[in-house]
Design a protein around this ligand. Structure first.
Ligand code: ATP
Length: 352
Protein backbone atom coordinates (compact mmCIF):
# COMPACT_ATOMS: atom_id res chain seq x y z
CA UNK A 1 0.00 0.00 0.00
CA UNK A 2 1.51 3.30 -1.06
CA UNK A 3 1.07 5.81 1.72
CA UNK A 4 3.86 8.17 0.70
CA UNK A 5 3.19 11.92 1.00
CA UNK A 6 2.57 12.03 -2.76
CA UNK A 7 -0.18 9.38 -2.62
CA UNK A 8 -3.40 10.99 -3.75
CA UNK A 9 -6.19 11.40 -1.25
CA UNK A 10 -9.43 10.02 -2.67
CA UNK A 11 -11.71 10.91 0.24
CA UNK A 12 -11.41 13.47 2.97
CA UNK A 13 -14.26 13.64 5.48
CA UNK A 14 -13.69 16.37 7.99
CA UNK A 15 -15.98 16.61 11.01
CA UNK A 16 -19.16 15.46 9.26
CA UNK A 17 -22.23 15.57 11.49
CA UNK A 18 -25.60 14.01 10.67
CA UNK A 19 -28.72 14.38 12.75
CA UNK A 20 -32.22 12.95 12.40
CA UNK A 21 -34.58 15.19 14.34
CA UNK A 22 -33.11 15.58 17.80
CA UNK A 23 -30.84 12.52 17.42
CA UNK A 24 -27.23 12.95 16.39
CA UNK A 25 -26.36 9.74 14.56
CA UNK A 26 -22.99 10.88 13.22
CA UNK A 27 -21.24 13.08 15.78
CA UNK A 28 -17.89 13.33 13.99
CA UNK A 29 -16.96 11.49 10.82
CA UNK A 30 -13.35 12.36 10.13
CA UNK A 31 -11.22 10.21 7.87
CA UNK A 32 -8.84 10.27 4.92
CA UNK A 33 -8.78 7.50 2.35
CA UNK A 34 -5.87 7.19 -0.07
CA UNK A 35 -6.53 6.49 -3.76
CA UNK A 36 -6.54 2.74 -4.41
CA UNK A 37 -7.04 1.84 -0.77
CA UNK A 38 -9.53 -0.76 0.47
CA UNK A 39 -10.77 0.90 3.64
CA UNK A 40 -13.14 -0.57 6.23
CA UNK A 41 -15.40 1.21 8.70
CA UNK A 42 -15.89 -1.24 11.55
CA UNK A 43 -18.21 -0.85 14.51
CA UNK A 44 -21.07 -2.42 16.43
CA UNK A 45 -24.62 -2.48 15.18
CA UNK A 46 -26.26 0.94 15.38
CA UNK A 47 -23.01 2.94 15.65
CA UNK A 48 -23.81 4.79 12.41
CA UNK A 49 -21.93 2.88 9.70
CA UNK A 50 -24.71 2.84 7.11
CA UNK A 51 -25.45 6.50 7.78
CA UNK A 52 -21.74 7.24 7.25
CA UNK A 53 -21.88 5.51 3.83
CA UNK A 54 -25.06 7.39 2.95
CA UNK A 55 -23.34 10.68 3.81
CA UNK A 56 -20.39 9.77 1.57
CA UNK A 57 -22.76 8.76 -1.25
CA UNK A 58 -24.88 11.92 -0.91
CA UNK A 59 -28.13 10.30 0.22
CA UNK A 60 -27.85 12.26 3.49
CA UNK A 61 -26.74 15.85 3.97
CA UNK A 62 -24.38 16.75 6.81
CA UNK A 63 -25.34 19.58 9.15
CA UNK A 64 -21.67 20.37 9.71
CA UNK A 65 -18.29 19.39 8.28
CA UNK A 66 -16.87 19.02 4.79
CA UNK A 67 -16.52 16.12 2.39
CA UNK A 68 -14.04 16.17 -0.48
CA UNK A 69 -13.83 13.45 -3.17
CA UNK A 70 -10.51 13.67 -4.97
CA UNK A 71 -10.26 17.46 -5.28
CA UNK A 72 -13.99 18.23 -5.38
CA UNK A 73 -15.86 19.57 -2.40
CA UNK A 74 -19.11 17.58 -2.58
CA UNK A 75 -20.70 18.28 0.81
CA UNK A 76 -20.61 21.11 3.31
CA UNK A 77 -23.45 22.94 5.05
CA UNK A 78 -23.97 25.10 1.92
CA UNK A 79 -22.80 22.56 -0.71
CA UNK A 80 -24.56 19.39 -1.84
CA UNK A 81 -23.48 17.51 -4.94
CA UNK A 82 -26.22 14.91 -5.60
CA UNK A 83 -25.34 11.20 -5.52
CA UNK A 84 -25.47 10.73 -9.32
CA UNK A 85 -22.81 13.43 -9.80
CA UNK A 86 -20.34 12.08 -7.24
CA UNK A 87 -18.95 9.25 -9.40
CA UNK A 88 -19.66 6.66 -6.72
CA UNK A 89 -20.55 2.98 -7.19
CA UNK A 90 -22.53 1.21 -4.49
CA UNK A 91 -22.92 -2.43 -3.57
CA UNK A 92 -25.91 -2.81 -1.29
CA UNK A 93 -26.33 -5.40 1.44
CA UNK A 94 -29.04 -7.24 -0.56
CA UNK A 95 -27.21 -6.55 -3.91
CA UNK A 96 -30.35 -4.85 -5.33
CA UNK A 97 -30.04 -6.75 -8.65
CA UNK A 98 -32.90 -6.90 -11.18
CA UNK A 99 -34.08 -10.52 -10.92
CA UNK A 100 -35.89 -10.53 -14.30
CA UNK A 101 -32.75 -9.43 -16.18
CA UNK A 102 -29.72 -11.44 -17.23
CA UNK A 103 -26.31 -10.91 -15.69
CA UNK A 104 -25.19 -8.97 -18.78
CA UNK A 105 -28.28 -6.74 -18.66
CA UNK A 106 -27.80 -6.06 -14.96
CA UNK A 107 -24.21 -5.02 -15.55
CA UNK A 108 -25.06 -2.98 -18.69
CA UNK A 109 -27.51 -1.02 -16.57
CA UNK A 110 -24.51 0.50 -14.80
CA UNK A 111 -22.81 1.75 -17.99
CA UNK A 112 -23.98 5.24 -18.89
CA UNK A 113 -22.85 5.53 -22.54
CA UNK A 114 -24.72 3.12 -24.88
CA UNK A 115 -21.82 2.93 -27.41
CA UNK A 116 -19.38 1.71 -24.79
CA UNK A 117 -21.74 -0.86 -23.28
CA UNK A 118 -20.81 -4.16 -24.90
CA UNK A 119 -17.09 -3.73 -24.49
CA UNK A 120 -17.31 -2.48 -20.95
CA UNK A 121 -19.76 -5.21 -19.87
CA UNK A 122 -17.40 -7.89 -21.26
CA UNK A 123 -14.48 -6.20 -19.51
CA UNK A 124 -16.06 -6.11 -16.06
CA UNK A 125 -17.48 -9.62 -16.41
CA UNK A 126 -13.93 -10.82 -17.06
CA UNK A 127 -12.61 -8.74 -14.17
CA UNK A 128 -15.12 -10.31 -11.80
CA UNK A 129 -14.66 -13.85 -13.14
CA UNK A 130 -18.13 -13.94 -14.71
CA UNK A 131 -17.28 -14.05 -18.43
CA UNK A 132 -19.37 -17.16 -19.10
CA UNK A 133 -22.36 -15.80 -17.19
CA UNK A 134 -23.62 -12.92 -19.38
CA UNK A 135 -26.85 -14.70 -20.43
CA UNK A 136 -27.60 -16.37 -17.10
CA UNK A 137 -30.54 -15.13 -15.04
CA UNK A 138 -29.67 -13.65 -11.68
CA UNK A 139 -31.92 -16.03 -9.74
CA UNK A 140 -29.95 -19.01 -11.10
CA UNK A 141 -26.75 -17.83 -9.42
CA UNK A 142 -25.28 -18.63 -6.02
CA UNK A 143 -25.00 -15.90 -3.36
CA UNK A 144 -21.30 -15.42 -4.06
CA UNK A 145 -21.92 -15.12 -7.81
CA UNK A 146 -24.74 -12.62 -7.24
CA UNK A 147 -22.39 -10.55 -5.18
CA UNK A 148 -19.88 -10.52 -8.04
CA UNK A 149 -22.64 -9.34 -10.40
CA UNK A 150 -23.45 -6.50 -7.99
CA UNK A 151 -19.75 -5.66 -7.88
CA UNK A 152 -19.48 -5.80 -11.68
CA UNK A 153 -22.47 -3.50 -12.04
CA UNK A 154 -21.03 -1.01 -9.54
CA UNK A 155 -17.60 -1.07 -11.23
CA UNK A 156 -18.94 -0.82 -14.80
CA UNK A 157 -19.13 3.01 -14.91
CA UNK A 158 -15.55 3.27 -13.57
CA UNK A 159 -16.52 4.94 -10.29
CA UNK A 160 -13.89 6.96 -8.48
CA UNK A 161 -15.11 5.49 -5.22
CA UNK A 162 -16.83 2.19 -4.47
CA UNK A 163 -18.96 1.90 -1.34
CA UNK A 164 -19.97 -1.50 0.03
CA UNK A 165 -22.54 -1.92 2.80
CA UNK A 166 -22.00 -5.15 4.79
CA UNK A 167 -21.06 -6.95 1.55
CA UNK A 168 -20.84 -10.43 3.07
CA UNK A 169 -23.83 -10.46 5.40
CA UNK A 170 -26.03 -12.37 2.93
CA UNK A 171 -23.54 -15.17 2.46
CA UNK A 172 -23.33 -18.51 4.13
CA UNK A 173 -20.53 -18.37 6.77
CA UNK A 174 -18.52 -21.06 4.96
CA UNK A 175 -18.56 -19.03 1.75
CA UNK A 176 -17.56 -15.77 3.37
CA UNK A 177 -13.84 -16.32 3.75
CA UNK A 178 -13.49 -17.27 0.05
CA UNK A 179 -15.68 -14.46 -1.22
CA UNK A 180 -13.79 -11.94 0.94
CA UNK A 181 -10.54 -12.84 -0.77
CA UNK A 182 -12.19 -12.65 -4.20
CA UNK A 183 -13.67 -9.24 -3.48
CA UNK A 184 -10.32 -7.85 -2.40
CA UNK A 185 -8.64 -9.21 -5.53
CA UNK A 186 -11.31 -7.76 -7.83
CA UNK A 187 -11.23 -4.33 -6.19
CA UNK A 188 -7.42 -4.27 -6.36
CA UNK A 189 -7.39 -5.35 -10.02
CA UNK A 190 -9.92 -2.63 -10.82
CA UNK A 191 -7.67 -0.09 -9.05
CA UNK A 192 -10.70 1.54 -7.44
CA UNK A 193 -10.73 3.15 -4.03
CA UNK A 194 -13.24 1.29 -1.89
CA UNK A 195 -14.85 1.76 1.51
CA UNK A 196 -16.78 -1.08 3.07
CA UNK A 197 -18.72 -1.02 6.31
CA UNK A 198 -19.04 -4.05 8.53
CA UNK A 199 -19.72 -5.05 12.12
CA UNK A 200 -17.53 -8.14 11.63
CA UNK A 201 -14.01 -7.54 12.90
CA UNK A 202 -12.61 -10.62 11.16
CA UNK A 203 -13.92 -9.32 7.86
CA UNK A 204 -12.44 -5.86 8.36
CA UNK A 205 -9.06 -7.07 9.62
CA UNK A 206 -8.66 -9.73 6.95
CA UNK A 207 -9.30 -7.70 3.82
CA UNK A 208 -8.84 -4.00 4.49
CA UNK A 209 -5.63 -2.02 4.01
CA UNK A 210 -6.77 0.24 6.82
CA UNK A 211 -9.63 0.12 9.30
CA UNK A 212 -11.55 2.93 10.99
CA UNK A 213 -13.18 1.90 14.25
CA UNK A 214 -16.49 3.66 14.80
CA UNK A 215 -18.28 3.98 18.12
CA UNK A 216 -21.51 5.90 18.67
CA UNK A 217 -21.18 8.05 15.58
CA UNK A 218 -17.49 8.87 15.95
CA UNK A 219 -14.35 7.46 14.41
CA UNK A 220 -12.25 6.55 17.45
CA UNK A 221 -9.22 5.09 15.66
CA UNK A 222 -7.83 4.60 12.18
CA UNK A 223 -4.96 2.25 11.48
CA UNK A 224 -3.74 -0.82 9.66
CA UNK A 225 -5.40 -4.04 10.85
CA UNK A 226 -2.25 -4.82 12.83
CA UNK A 227 -2.17 -1.39 14.50
CA UNK A 228 -5.85 -1.54 15.39
CA UNK A 229 -5.50 -5.00 16.89
CA UNK A 230 -2.12 -4.63 18.60
CA UNK A 231 -2.44 -1.01 19.74
CA UNK A 232 -6.11 -0.23 20.34
CA UNK A 233 -6.48 3.47 21.11
CA UNK A 234 -9.65 3.24 23.18
CA UNK A 235 -11.28 0.78 25.53
CA UNK A 236 -14.15 0.35 23.05
CA UNK A 237 -11.70 -0.61 20.28
CA UNK A 238 -9.86 -3.01 22.59
CA UNK A 239 -13.06 -4.76 23.62
CA UNK A 240 -14.86 -4.81 20.29
CA UNK A 241 -11.92 -5.95 18.18
CA UNK A 242 -10.62 -9.37 19.12
CA UNK A 243 -10.58 -10.88 22.56
CA UNK A 244 -9.13 -8.84 25.43
CA UNK A 245 -8.54 -9.19 29.14
CA UNK A 246 -9.28 -5.79 30.61
CA UNK A 247 -8.17 -4.81 34.10
CA UNK A 248 -9.20 -1.47 35.54
CA UNK A 249 -6.90 0.27 38.01
CA UNK A 250 -5.71 3.61 39.33
CA UNK A 251 -2.44 5.03 38.13
CA UNK A 252 -0.02 6.38 40.67
CA UNK A 253 2.97 8.57 39.82
CA UNK A 254 2.81 7.64 36.13
CA UNK A 255 2.70 3.89 36.87
CA UNK A 256 0.01 1.30 37.29
CA UNK A 257 0.15 -1.94 39.25
CA UNK A 258 -1.20 -4.91 37.28
CA UNK A 259 -1.48 -8.59 38.23
CA UNK A 260 1.78 -9.00 36.26
CA UNK A 261 3.78 -6.15 37.76
CA UNK A 262 4.04 -2.38 37.29
CA UNK A 263 3.78 -0.70 33.92
CA UNK A 264 3.92 2.94 32.76
CA UNK A 265 0.56 4.72 32.54
CA UNK A 266 -0.36 7.49 30.06
CA UNK A 267 0.79 10.92 31.28
CA UNK A 268 -1.69 12.58 33.61
CA UNK A 269 -4.03 9.57 33.72
CA UNK A 270 -5.78 8.71 36.96
CA UNK A 271 -7.97 5.73 36.11
CA UNK A 272 -6.61 3.36 33.49
CA UNK A 273 -7.52 0.12 31.75
CA UNK A 274 -4.86 -2.50 31.10
CA UNK A 275 -5.45 -4.51 27.94
CA UNK A 276 -3.93 -7.97 27.58
CA UNK A 277 -4.70 -10.23 24.63
CA UNK A 278 -5.15 -13.90 25.66
CA UNK A 279 -2.43 -14.92 23.20
CA UNK A 280 0.02 -12.57 24.94
CA UNK A 281 -0.22 -14.59 28.17
CA UNK A 282 1.72 -17.80 28.59
CA UNK A 283 1.98 -20.61 31.11
CA UNK A 284 5.40 -20.27 32.71
CA UNK A 285 6.61 -21.92 35.93
CA UNK A 286 8.14 -18.68 37.24
CA UNK A 287 4.96 -16.66 36.51
CA UNK A 288 2.16 -15.39 38.73
CA UNK A 289 0.46 -18.40 40.39
CA UNK A 290 -3.20 -19.20 39.84
CA UNK A 291 -5.69 -21.98 39.36
CA UNK A 292 -7.44 -23.17 36.22
CA UNK A 293 -11.17 -22.58 36.74
CA UNK A 294 -12.59 -23.21 33.25
CA UNK A 295 -11.60 -23.67 29.63
CA UNK A 296 -13.01 -23.29 26.15
CA UNK A 297 -11.64 -26.05 23.92
CA UNK A 298 -11.34 -25.32 20.17
CA UNK A 299 -9.32 -28.31 18.98
CA UNK A 300 -6.40 -26.41 17.44
CA UNK A 301 -6.10 -24.43 20.69
CA UNK A 302 -8.03 -23.50 23.80
CA UNK A 303 -8.73 -20.55 26.07
CA UNK A 304 -7.98 -21.22 29.70
CA UNK A 305 -9.67 -19.19 32.45
CA UNK A 306 -7.22 -18.77 35.27
CA UNK A 307 -7.95 -17.19 38.68
CA UNK A 308 -4.71 -15.62 39.90
CA UNK A 309 -3.84 -15.64 43.61
CA UNK A 310 -4.67 -11.92 43.80
CA UNK A 311 -8.19 -12.64 42.50
CA UNK A 312 -7.94 -11.45 38.88
CA UNK A 313 -9.47 -13.73 36.26
CA UNK A 314 -7.28 -14.03 33.14
CA UNK A 315 -8.06 -15.68 29.82
CA UNK A 316 -5.05 -17.37 28.23
CA UNK A 317 -4.84 -18.77 24.71
CA UNK A 318 -2.88 -21.99 25.00
CA UNK A 319 -2.03 -25.04 22.92
CA UNK A 320 -4.43 -27.99 22.85
CA UNK A 321 -2.71 -29.95 25.67
CA UNK A 322 -5.37 -30.82 28.23
CA UNK A 323 -5.21 -29.37 31.72
CA UNK A 324 -7.69 -30.58 34.31
CA UNK A 325 -9.88 -28.03 35.99
CA UNK A 326 -8.36 -27.01 39.33
CA UNK A 327 -4.76 -27.46 38.10
CA UNK A 328 -2.30 -25.01 39.63
CA UNK A 329 -0.64 -22.99 36.87
CA UNK A 330 1.48 -19.84 36.64
CA UNK A 331 1.12 -17.07 34.09
CA UNK A 332 3.45 -14.50 32.56
CA UNK A 333 3.09 -11.90 29.82
CA UNK A 334 4.91 -12.30 26.52
CA UNK A 335 4.68 -8.55 25.84
CA UNK A 336 3.97 -5.36 27.79
CA UNK A 337 0.24 -4.66 28.00
CA UNK A 338 -1.47 -1.68 26.39
CA UNK A 339 -2.45 0.82 29.09
CA UNK A 340 -5.34 3.15 28.18
CA UNK A 341 -6.97 6.07 29.91
CA UNK A 342 -10.27 4.92 31.42
CA UNK A 343 -12.80 7.70 31.00
CA UNK A 344 -15.50 5.51 32.55
CA UNK A 345 -17.56 5.36 29.34
CA UNK A 346 -17.21 1.75 28.32
CA UNK A 347 -20.61 0.43 29.31
CA UNK A 348 -22.15 -1.75 26.67
CA UNK A 349 -18.74 -2.88 25.47
CA UNK A 350 -18.65 -5.71 27.96
CA UNK A 351 -16.19 -3.97 30.26
CA UNK A 352 -15.85 -5.15 33.79
P1 ATP B 1 -26.32 -1.84 11.58
O1 ATP B 1 -24.97 -2.48 11.59
O2 ATP B 1 -27.26 -2.42 12.58
O3 ATP B 1 -26.91 -1.69 10.22
P2 ATP B 1 -25.27 0.86 11.57
O4 ATP B 1 -24.00 0.99 12.34
O5 ATP B 1 -25.17 0.77 10.10
O6 ATP B 1 -26.11 -0.33 12.17
P3 ATP B 1 -27.11 3.04 11.12
O7 ATP B 1 -28.01 2.23 10.25
O8 ATP B 1 -26.28 4.09 10.47
O9 ATP B 1 -26.14 2.11 12.01
O10 ATP B 1 -28.00 3.69 12.27
C1 ATP B 1 -27.42 4.41 13.35
C2 ATP B 1 -28.53 4.92 14.25
O11 ATP B 1 -29.27 5.92 13.56
C3 ATP B 1 -29.55 3.86 14.65
O12 ATP B 1 -29.89 4.08 15.99
C4 ATP B 1 -30.72 4.11 13.73
O13 ATP B 1 -31.92 3.74 14.33
C5 ATP B 1 -30.65 5.62 13.53
N1 ATP B 1 -31.15 6.03 12.21
C6 ATP B 1 -30.69 5.66 11.01
N2 ATP B 1 -31.39 6.24 10.01
C7 ATP B 1 -32.33 7.01 10.61
C8 ATP B 1 -33.37 7.87 10.13
N3 ATP B 1 -33.57 8.06 8.82
N4 ATP B 1 -34.15 8.51 11.05
C9 ATP B 1 -33.94 8.33 12.38
N5 ATP B 1 -32.96 7.54 12.90
C10 ATP B 1 -32.18 6.88 12.02
Amino acid sequence: MNRSPTAERAVRADGLVCTFGATTVIADLTLDVIAGELFAILGPSGCGKTTALRLLAGFERPSAGRLTLLRDLVAAPSVHVPPERRGIGMVFQDYALFPHMSVGENVAYGVPVPGDRRGRVAEVLTLTGLSGFADRRVHELSGGEQQRVALARALAPRPRLLLLDEPFSNLDPTLRARVRGELREIVKRAGTTAILVTHDQEEALSIADRVAFMWRGRIEQVGTPDEIYRLPATIHAAEFIGDANLFRARADGGCVATPFGEYPAPAGADRVAIVVRPEDVELRPDGVPGRLVAREYYGHDQVLHVRLVGGALVRVRAGPRLHAQGTEVALALRAAPVVLVDDGDAEGAGAG
